[in-house]
Design a protein around this ligand. Structure first.
Ligand code: MCA
Ligand code: AMP
Length: 511
């Protein structure tokens, strides 16, 4: 049997391929026939470039239908898809390309000069540009992906892949400041997609409003896979715009978003019960949904947001039930086929209600990190459980609550930011003795990044200068939204910086 995920997805496409697969914000319509044809052409072109199964294709482009076809084409041709957040800067991308050694790189026109240099540095054989559909000028030329690939002969087969063959590599930052490539197999993706499709009760006629980015698990795997398995139409917005979302929501039945999106919907006075007339399911994840958002949404719309929990490395782990009790403040129950346990500091299983580290096992869990054998030993237990780094509890009814994180991580608007990565850059600035980066409560983003700097004797540190020094080296969403300069950092008896103390001190900064 061919375990290629694309074979599974394609087997579910509607027989009538003239049905709509994607509708963009500008009104462009792409049928399933078009999706299949473009995917096959892109796959044919990938193969003609000499890419063989297992080769990586790195993609840093804005969201567009073509970007989705490209992902599907990588699956079809057996290539390993390596999506990169379009906000990443040259220094960040340099590392990913050096580590993953892709054979092909696709990028946005705006990064032409530095991508050219990076591809030269890493001896990457092929470089193409893919722009979103609003940018027709850059759709042409020798380096235009669409111009070249859309004319290729369609690949007729779906390349055979085994369950454990890689489908994608997604980089997640690490607490050491060094990113790790999570290796995701066809089995990981297929098992999670089938489970979610059934668990969330997808049915004929469902229409998904898709406004998430497609370079992370939530938008690319969770949202696209469930919709494609259902042969659904996706109203495919290149980014979340609250006005646009409210305009099209009456035509949708399912929405998936990060908590910031729910906060923004609620902050718009025109968002009302009527907006949700056809909706059957609102899903939230990637960051904690505040109780006040959960309750305000119920009051305004009559809908109980379904919160679920997952990770890049594991796909979705838990979900509140579709039919049963959706408990606010919890992330629901372990999904079918997913084993989840809570352990204490010594790795012993906790009893119901006790707080500890969450560990997970199942077909959804990655086999390991790209070229990091030592890391793999650290992150998995001897009996095959993956250590999530999240702290939580499972109550007697099986409901899971996330209470914190063992790793130093800020989640801002659904994006993960690792303080260490920013601290390393701040510490290099002349006049900075040391730094501590923290997440502070933020009304819109849930948490926002802030930095506390200790100045060297006699140095003057001005916020704009500090920001200017690191801007361009980090994706903009990682930049501190406030910088505080202090004489020293609070430390415990062991000399460890007490970030909790700092979080308390500056708690009201963004409220
Ligand atoms: C944008 N900005 C941000 C963020 N997004 N700052 C902090 N945190 C953010 N998340 C900054 C920009 O750099 C910019 O700064 C300014 O805010 C406005 O940028 P803009 O592009 O207009 O922002 P936006 O369109 O309003 O974006 C907000 C957003 C977006 C819609 C919430 O961040 C988003 O789509 N988040 C979803 C992330 C996601 O998909 N996560 C799933 C990961 P300046 O003006 O200074 O330039 S997968 C995952 O976590 C697991 C598996 C899971 O469980 O799902
Ligand atoms: P990422 O590494 O980007 O895939 O982010 C995964 C992390 O997001 C998890 O380890 C959790 O810390 C967090 N996360 C995802 N969903 C939720 C949720 N519903 N509630 C709280 N935290 C979440």
């Amino acid at each position: 049997m061919n375990a290629n995920l694309y074979a599974l997805l394609q087997s579910r496409f509607c027989l009538n391929r003239s049905q709509t697969a994607l509708e963009t914000a500008s009104g462009s319509i792409y049928s399933y026939a078009m999706l299949e044809d473009m995917t096959a052409r892109y796959a044919g072109f990938i193969s003609a470039l000499g890419v063989v199964p297992g080769d990586r294709i790195a993609v840093q482009v804005e969201k567009s239908p073509e970007a989705l076809f490209l992902y599907l084409a990588c699956l079809q041709s057996g290539a390993v898809f390596l999506p990169l957040n379009s906000a990443y800067q040259e220094v960040e991308v340099d590392y990913f390309l050096g580590d993953a050694t892709p054979k092909v790189v696709l990028h946005q026109p705006k990064s032409d000069s530095w991508m050219r240099a990076l591809c030269g540095k890493h001896q990457i054989a092929h470089r193409y540009m893919l722009s979103d559909d609003s940018d027709t000028e850059n759709q042409q030329g020798r380096h235009s992906w669409h111009e070249n690939a859309s004319k290729a002969s369609p690949m007729l087969e779906i390349v055979h892949r085994d369950h454990d063959d890689l489908a994608a590599i997604l980089y997640t930052s690490g607490t050491t400041g060094r990113s790790k490539g999570a290796m995701i197999t066809h089995k990981n993706l297929a098992s999670n997609a089938l489970t979610l499709h059934a668990y969330w009760g997808f049915k004929p006629g469902d229409i998904l409003l898709h406004a998430l980015p497609i370079f992370h698990v939530h938008g690319l795997f969770v949202a696209c896979h469930t919709a494609l398995l259902n042969a659904s139409k996706m109203i495919f917005h290149s980014k979340f715009d609250v006005k646009q979302a409210i305009e099209v929501l009456p035509r949708a039945t399912v929405f998936m978003g990060v908590p910031t999106m729910y906060v923004r919907l609620l902050s718009d006075a025109t968002f009302a019960k009527e907006t949700c007339a056809n909706m059957r399911l609102f899903v939230s994840g990637s960051a904690p949904l505040l109780a006040e958002t959960f309750h305000a949404f119920l009051e305004r719309t009559g809908h109980v947001i379904l919160e679920r929990y997952g990770m890049t490395e594991t796909g979705m782990i838990t979900s509140n039930p579709l039919g049963g009790d959706r408990r606010g403040g919890t992330v629901g129950l372990p999904l079918p086929g997913v084993a989840l346990r809570v352990v204490d500091d010594d790795g012993r299983a906790c009893v119901a209600g006790d707080i500890g580290g969450l560990q997970v096992k199942g077909d959804n869990v990655l086999p390991g990190y790209w070229q990091m054998p030592d890391k793999n030993k650290e992150e998995f237990t001897n009996d095959g459980y993956f250590k999530t780094g999240d702290i939580g509890k499972i109550d007697v009814d099986g409901y899971v609550t996330i209470v914190g994180r063992a790793r130093d991580l800020v989640i801002s608007g659904g994006y993960n930011v690792y303080p260490k990565e920013i601290e390393m850059l701040l510490d290099e600035i002349v006049g900075v003795a040391e730094s501590a980066v923290i997440g502070l409560p933020h009304a819109d983003f849930g948490e926002a990044v802030a930095a506390v700097l200790v100045r060297k004797p006699g140095a003057t540190l001005a916020e704009p200068d500090i920001l200017a020094a690191i801007k361009g080296k980090l994706a903009a969403f990682k930049l501190p939204k406030r910088i505080f300069v202090v004489d020293d950092l609070p430390r415990n008896a062991m000399g460890k910086v007490q970030k909790n103390e700092l979080r308390k001190r500056y708690a009201d900064t963004f409220r």
